[in-house]
Design a protein around this ligand. Structure first.
Ligand SMILES: Cc1ncc(COP(=O)(O)O)c(C=O)c1O
Length: 409
């Protein structure tokens, strides 16, 4: 007879005394010293550190250009703007994503056309994409959900056949690899997020990468008021000449304070990813035969001829899917019980076709995209940040087992 422990949410003892946070950033002396240096330098907004971060970031992902921004949302918006996408146009977006991916399409007056995801990878399903293409379609925005690259070959093939542009939403996917290439070097425009809980954090921030010199030029002008030159260039030339507004741009620039964090976070990425992989392996093993779990992240292990990863999931999230038909409670109650056990669990995402704005505006029904709906109602994201110890990860497994046993039918 299994002895079921009393859940903390019902007055029992939690599996750990202190909360294990979800997605906490990890800074050390390197970031502290760089931020202090920037503060003392007298130049705190966009300047030399932002330039350095852009240069190192472009090198890391293998792109010719990187433009640092104040968010990934800004990058997605600018990507549409520089491509001239607007009223009357359609952009295909997976329903399983954060609001920003589709909101930016609304911002430019175009229509976001939502589609379903693949039920194994949880990324946009190219078959659904093809079905959604019309004469108005201008671009596809695949989302590398949790850090797993989308099926880019299939999507690029569609983009070529139907004359569409690919704008990657790589908010979760810094360092991810697809067929031996690093995300950021594959599509015309790729956008990364450096929000507080991302694999690389600058508190708020983003980067857009491209190999196209013309797109880069347009991104630079649009990201700072439409000015012909940024402030660093205006104040650091021998012959002063005022800059001019050449188009109505936005205020999307990154500051040197943020770049000070980014430079060092970037240099640590490979180490961070390796530790995420260790924690994920511990989870994979523990969850393999756990009752009530029906999906854990597929983790590609194929390597190239020099032993380098060909496809790499960078595990921004470690999502699991639970079988709610075998439980007495719903997914949100499972998360509440995990939080009471002091495990910082979360969920990603409520699909956009079930969100009030998109549901009401376009008349979507929950079953329009059954795979996205399934993830939206059964997914739990577990902590997987690199500063976690093995004991922290074991606490997560113990809490998961305790909660699923207590709520099993
Ligand atoms: C898939 C996805 N796209 C875009 C964003 C927006 O990123 P940011 O907060 O940097 O604008 C997020 C943020 O979490 C995200 O998860």
């Amino acid at each position: 007879m299994i002895q079921i422990q009393k859940l903390a949410i019902e007055g029992g003892t939690p599996v750990r005394d202190k909360m294990l946070p979800f997605g906490a950033p990890w800074f050390d002396e390197a970031e502290y010293a760089e931020v202090l240096d920037t503060l003392k330098s007298g130049w705190i907004s966009t300047g030399p550190k932002t330039k350095q971060f852009e240069k190192e970031f472009a090198e890391y992902v293998g792109a010719r250009y990187a433009v640092a921004l104040n968010s990934c949302t800004a990058g997605l918006h600018l990507s549409l703007v520089v491509l001239g996408i607007g009223p009357g146009d359609e952009v295909i977006v997976p329903s399983l994503t954060f609001g920003a991916t589709a909101n930016v399409v609304e911002h430019v007056g175009a229509r976001p056309v939502l589609v379903d995801i693949d039920p194994v990878m949880l990324t946009i399903d190219p078959v659904c994409v093809e079905r959604a293409i019309t004469r108005c379609t201008k671009a596809i925005i695949p989302v590398h959900y949790a850090g797993m690259p989308s099926d880019l070959d299939a999507l690029h093939e569609l983009a070529q056949r139907y004359n569409l542009t690919m704008i990657e939403d790589a908010a979760h996917a810094i360092g991810a690899k697809y067929q031996g290439r690093t995300v950021g070097s594959i599509s015309p425009l790729t956008n990364f997020s450096f929000y507080a809980n991302k694999n690389l954090s600058t508190a708020e921030g983003g980067m857009v990468t491209t190999d196209d010199a013309e797109l880069e030029e347009r991104l630079r002008v649009y990201h700072l008021h439409g000015l012909s030159r940024d402030a660093w260039k205006r104040y650091h030339t021998k012959a002063f000449s005022p800059s001019e507004v050449v188009l109505p741009g936005f205020k999307y620039n990154m500051t040197d304070l943020q770049a000070s964090l980014g430079i060092h976070q970037l240099r640590k990425q490979e180490r961070f990813i390796a530790r995420r992989e260790e924690i994920a392996s511990l989870y994979d093993e523990a969850f393999r035969n756990m009752d009530g779990l029906v999906w854990t992240p597929p983790r590609p292990h194929d390597v190239g001829s020099y032993g380098e990863p060909m496809n790499r999931h960078v595990l921004h999230l470690y999502p699991i899917l639970i079988d709610t038909t075998r439980l007495t409670v719903d997914r949100n109650q499972v998360i509440s019980a995990l939080l009471a056990e002091n495990i910082g669990a979360s969920m990603h995402f409520t699909p956009l076709h079930m969100m009030p704005y998109y549901r009401n505006k376009y008349g979507y029904k929950p079953d329009d995209f059954p795979n996205a709906r399934w993830v939206g109602t059964s997914e739990i994201s577990l902590p997987v940040q690199p500063q976690m110890s093995d004991e922290d990860a074991e606490d997560v497994v113990r809490a998961m087992r305790k909660v699923l046993e207590a709520y099993s039918r």
